[in-house]
Design a protein around this ligand. Structure first.
Ligand SMILES: Nc1ccn([C@@H]2O[C@H](COP(=O)(O)OP(=O)(O)OP(=O)(O)O)[C@@H](O)[C@H]2O)c(=O)n1
Ligand SMILES: C[C@](O)(CO)[C@H](O)COP(=O)(O)O
Length: 256
């Protein structure tokens, strides 16, 4: 185990004043893009719909809780959420009904909750979408190994696998304006890992428009590390993504 990670693990189990690692799972979205146009709206938002026999978020949480040095996992849900009522939570799991109208607001409120729970501003937080249910403990460990020795932190990301087109709207249709050099382009994934205090300040300064934590850190003048993730760590966003997520999870089950 690298030194920084051993320190984080030690801090989780003793009073040593070295930074700990917390996970924050934004889970307060409605999943509007995941709703099929030709079907009735589902009763539950996408993160609670069943994938491979379990609510999607349970797969996400299982991966985060697999990481031995993760001190605590906080799921941030909408104030109207009833999913967690009467559910027993394991010791490293907590739920906070302080989700906001945007993902940035949910994460900001969740960071404030972590501080109330006893986190230090110097501790690390790994923010991970509830809807990215295919992340693996190994990928989270890889992100930690890269970020713990770094001053800023970083995110899992995927080098662009396809040719990239820039659109112009011409004669009422989307047309190609140009092909863009993709050699330095990455798709942002989660987890995104930063110091709690620095991320909270960055999000408060950036406001609601940012769609990920790294954007807020960039606006604050930082250059987050890009750590290779994987194509299977996609976010369930559109109706077709449920079948893909189910197939990957079932295939992993067979391979175990
Ligand atoms: N106000 C919000 C919006 C999103 N999320 C969470 O952020 C993650 C990634 O967001 P996205 O896929 O965009 O989810 P939704 O906002 O639910 O989807 P959509 O934009 O299609 O409605 C999800 O786990 C979602 O629950 C959140 O916690 N609070
Ligand atoms: C944070 C994120 O998962 C990075 O890819 C993504 O930006 C969140 O989803 P959204 O659709 O942009 O809100």
């Amino acid at each position: 185990m690298p030194d920084a990670k051993a320190n984080a693990a030690a801090a989780s189990s003793s009073l040593v004043a070295v930074p700990r690692c917390w996970a924050l799972i934004p889970c307060a979205g409605v999943g509007s893009r995941a709703m099929a146009a030709d079907a009735p709206a589902p009763e539950l938002p996408k993160q609670y719909q069943s994938v491979a026999g379990q609510p999607m978020v349970m797969h996400t949480l299982a991966a985060m809780l697999q990481v031995a040095c993760m001190h605590q996992v906080l799921v941030v849900v909408s104030p109207a959420d009833t999913f967690w009522q009467a559910r027993a939570l394991e010791s490293r799991l907590a739920v906070a009904p302080c989700g906001g109208a945007t993902r940035a607001e949910t994460v900001t409120n969740g960071l404030q909750e972590l501080l109330r729970m006893g986190a230090s501003p110097d501790d690390w937080v790994l923010v991970h979408d509830a809807a990215r249910c295919l992340v693996t403990g190994a990928q989270v460990n890889m992100l930690m190994d890269a970020c713990l020795p770094d001053t800023v932190g970083g995110l899992l990301a995927l080098k662009l696998p396809d040719t990239l087109k820039q659109q112009s709207t011409d004669r009422g249709a989307a047309r190609v304006a140009q092909t863009v050099d993709r050699s330095d382009k990455w798709l942002a994934q989660t987890p995104q890992m930063f110091r709690i205090g620095a991320l909270l300040a960055a999000l408060q300064a950036a406001g609601d428009a940012v769609t990920d934590e790294a954007s807020a850190m960039e606006l604050a003048g930082h250059a987050p590390l890009l750590v290779p993730g994987g194509a299977q760590n996609f976010k369930v966003t559109y109706p077709d993504d449920f079948a893909l997520a189910e197939a990957v999870l079932m295939q992993r089950r067979v391979a175990r």
